[in-house]
Design a binder for this molecule. Structure first.
Ligand code: OGA
Ligand code: MN
Length: 284
C-alpha cells in the first residue's frame, strides 16, 4: 500500500472509499496498479470530490484496461466515444443519454456479450434532488452464503442472458444492427473471478431468463429463489450520489440497479466501459 491512498470499508461485505487520489491527475503506473488491486479486492470503489473533464475520465479509465466503444452508439459522448452518457436530458427530441429517469432493474453490464466488460466507471455530473440512487449487490458474498445443496445444484450450469429482455423492461430496444451484436447467450451461472479466483453468482433479474438443463418450472423457481437471495440487505450497498462522486465496479462479481427519479429533474452521468485482457475475457 502506498503512503498516499487511504481505504475504508463502504458496504457491509464489499466496497471501499478511496481517499488521497485525484482521478484527474494521478494516473502514474504505480497508482494504477494499486487501484487495480483494490478494485478486484473490494469489487466497488468510490472516489469522492472529483472534478473531471471527459478526457481525464477516459485517461484514468484507460489506466485500468482498454476501453469499449459501447454498441449503443447513439448515446456516446459526441467528443469522446469512450464515454456512454447515462441521462434523461434531451436535446430537442433526441435523448442525449440512455436509461432516462425510470427504474433500472438489477443487471450486470454486458453479461449478454461473449467477452463482457470487466468493469464500468460512472461519474456524476448533474444529479436530481431526490431518487436516482444506484445499488450494488455483492454476488460473491451471495454465492458464499448459499447452502451446499444449492451450490451443488448450480455447479457447472449455464444460464441464458438476454439484453433484449432487459431493454424491453427497462430501456430502449436496440436497432437491428445492435440486435445482431447482442443475441441471447449462455454464460456460466457461477463465475470464477479471473483475478481473485473467487466464485460469484453470474445472473441478474434484468437479463437472466433461463437456466440451461433444468425444466421450465425448476429453472423459474431456482432463479426466483436466487434473485430474492442475492438482493438481501446483507449483500446490498446503496449509493446516494453526491456531485463529484465516481464509482468503479467489478463487473464479474457485482450487479447493480438504479432508483427512478422525478422526470422534471435532470441527471447526467458519464460512464466508461473497461475491457478485460483478452486471455481472461471469456467468463468461466
Ligand atoms: C450503468 C448503469 C445506473 C445509474 O451506468 O451501467 O446501470 O445509476 N447506471 O445511472
Ligand atoms: Mn448498468
Amino acid at each position: 500500500m502506498s503512503k498516499k491512498l487511504s481505504v475504508s470499508r463502504m458496504g457491509k461485505t464489499f466496497g471501499a472509499i478511496i481517499e488521497g487520489i485525484n482521478v484527474a491527475t494521478d494516473t502514474d503506473p504505480d497508482t494504477m496498479a494499486e487501484i487495480k488491486g483494490l478494485w478486484a479486492e473490494h469489487q466497488l470503489l468510490l472516489f469522492r470530490n472529483q472534478d473531471l473533464s471527459e478526457e481525464q475520465l477516459v485517461a484514468f479509465s484507460r489506466g485500468l484496461g482498454d476501453l469499449e466503444i459501447h454498441l449503443r452508439r447513439e448515446y456516446l459522448s459526441p467528443d469522446n466515444p469512450e464515454i456512454l452518457m447515462i441521462s434523461n436530458i434531451k436535446d430537442g427530441d433526441r435523448s442525449i443519454g440512455i436509461l432516462s429517469d425510470t427504474e433500472v432493474g438489477w443487471h450486470y453490464d454486458q453479461i449478454y456479450l461473449p467477452k463482457p466488460a470487466v468493469g464500468s466507471m460512472l461519474y456524476s455530473v448533474i444529479l436530481p434532488n431526490n431518487g436516482g440512487q444506484t445499488s450494488f449487490a455483492d454476488m460473491a458474498a451471495a454465492y458464499d452464503g448459499l447452502s451446499d445443496d444449492m451450490k451443488a445444484k448450480l455447479e457447472g450450469k449455464k444460464a441464458i442472458q438476454s439484453y433484449a429482455a432487459f431493454n424491453a423492461q427497462f430501456s430502449v430496444p436496440t436497432n437491428s444492427k445492435q440486435k445482431k451484436m447482442s443475441p441471447d447467450i449462455a454464460q456460466p451461472l457461477v463465475r470464477t473471478h479471473p483475478i481473485t479466483g473467487r466464485k460469484a453468482l453470474y445472473i441478474c433479474p434484468g437479463m437472466t431468463v433461463q437456466i440451461v438443463g433444468l425444466d421450465e418450472d425448476d429453472s423459474r423457481e431456482t432463479l426466483e429463489f436466487l434473485f430474492d437471495w442475492c438482493v438481501r440487505d446483507e449483500f446490498v450497498y446503496t449509493h446516494d450520489w453526491v456531485l463529484g462522486d465516481a464509482l468503479l465496479w467489478d463487473n464479474a462479481s457485482a450487479m447493480h440497479r438504479r432508483e427512478p427519479f422525478d422526470s422534471s429533474e435532470d441527471r447526467l452521468m458519464k460512464r466508461t466501459t473497461i475491457l478485460p485482457p483478452d486471455n481472461i475475457a471469456t467468463p468461466f
